[in-house]
Design a protein around this ligand. Structure first.
Ligand code: NAP
Length: 284
């Protein structure tokens, strides 16, 4: 079992850390709001630390699951960041969704560490169930070293390529979802206006070429106007911001993703920032 510094006990990080504790790893915990780390330690074990550096002192691995680029920079290479305390050969796994640029910069700046950018898909439910899909960027050695640890909460753990490629894989995931949810919203909007029996419709077309995870899991709740399932519009806008920045860098044309980003901005203006992503239909 490994000694692991875990930073970021939020919606995703808390259940991930819980699975690591259950697997028998020795956890050192850091969270911006210190109370959460104390609460976690009281419930599941592990030692709260006063900083990411203290948590990472002598650890085999540093795992982060925080918010955005600034947060990841702060807890890794900031003045109290974990990198300064990690020994050569230690693992760094970042599960936050951030820019590919940051993932590359961190890996290039710490060649003595095994760095893996490992954003996840599957949401809170996937984290709770230990069933996350994990898209990894890093050397083969780094991903091989990370896999036995991530297996505590990951179902599919795949190396996509070198540093940054995990983050870009997550971006491709979000690009695909954005257009799909807009298409599904329009289909349901049309069906409601046309007076179709939406239950029968969804059961029928959901078995054909229009089938999707979104159709299976969200179409009926979209009809009912229920938008309190997991991944929030605010987070989707953060991710689409990363997507559009990276698309400019690589010269990719993403007109639908750019448009849907603006549609999500409309939903935010409707006080829907905490609604889940299927709330795109509210605009219609
Ligand atoms: P969250 O609930 O806001 O949790 C983030 C945690 O990190 C909080 O406990 C926060 O501390 C801590 N934190 C943030 N910045 C920090 C800093 N600078 N120093 C120390 N601790 C810091 O967010 P989440 O939903 O778990 O998401 C975490 C990451 O996973 C994000 O990058 C998100 O995009 C990604 N993600 C989320 C989902 C999802 O469904 N939620 C799905 C896939 C990917 P406080 O307690 O002080 O706020």
């Amino acid at each position: 079992m490994a000694s692991i510094a875990f930073v970021g006990l939020g919606v995703m990080g808390w259940p991930m850390a819980r699975h690591l504790a259950a697997a028998g790893h020795d956890l050192r915990l850091y969270n911006r709001t210190a109370e959460k780390a104390r609460r976690f330690a009281a419930a599941y074990g592990g030692r709260p630390a006063a900083s990411p550096a203290e948590a990472a002192q002598g650890a085999d691995a540093l795992i982060t699951c925080v918010g955005n680029d600034d947060d990841v920079s702060e807890v890794t290479t900031g003045p109290d960041g974990g990198f300064q305390a990690l020994a050569p050969g230690a693992l760094f796994i970042d599960h936050s969704t951030v820019s590919a640029r940051l993932a590359r910069t961190l890996a290039e700046g710490a060649p003595h560490l095994l760095c893996v950018d490992a954003p996840v898909s599957g949401g809170q439910a996937g984290a709770e169930a230990g069933q996350l899909a994990v898209m990894c960027g890093g050397s083969e050695a780094a991903v091989d070293a990370a896999r036995p640890i991530i297996e505590a909460y990951g179902r599919r753990i795949v190396r996509i390529g070198p540093p940054g490629h995990g983050q870009m894989a997550k971006m491709a995931n979000q690009i695909a979802i954005a257009g799909l949810v807009q298409g599904l919203s329009e289909a349901i909007h049309f069906a409601l206006r046309a007076g179709l029996d939406t239950d029968a419709l969804i059961d029928q077309i959901g078995k054909g070429a229009a089938q999707s995870w979104q159709m299976d899991n969200r179409a009926k709740t979209m009809v009912e106007g229920r938008f309190d399932f997991g991944f929030a519009v605010d987070l989707m806008r953060k991710d689409l911001g990363l997507v559009l920045e990276e698309a400019r860098a690589v010269g990719a044309s993403l007109p639908v993703a750019a448009l849907v980003d603006q549609f999500y901005a409309d939903v935010q203006k409707m006080d829907g920032g905490r609604n889940d992503t299927s709330s795109l239909i509210r605009r219609l």
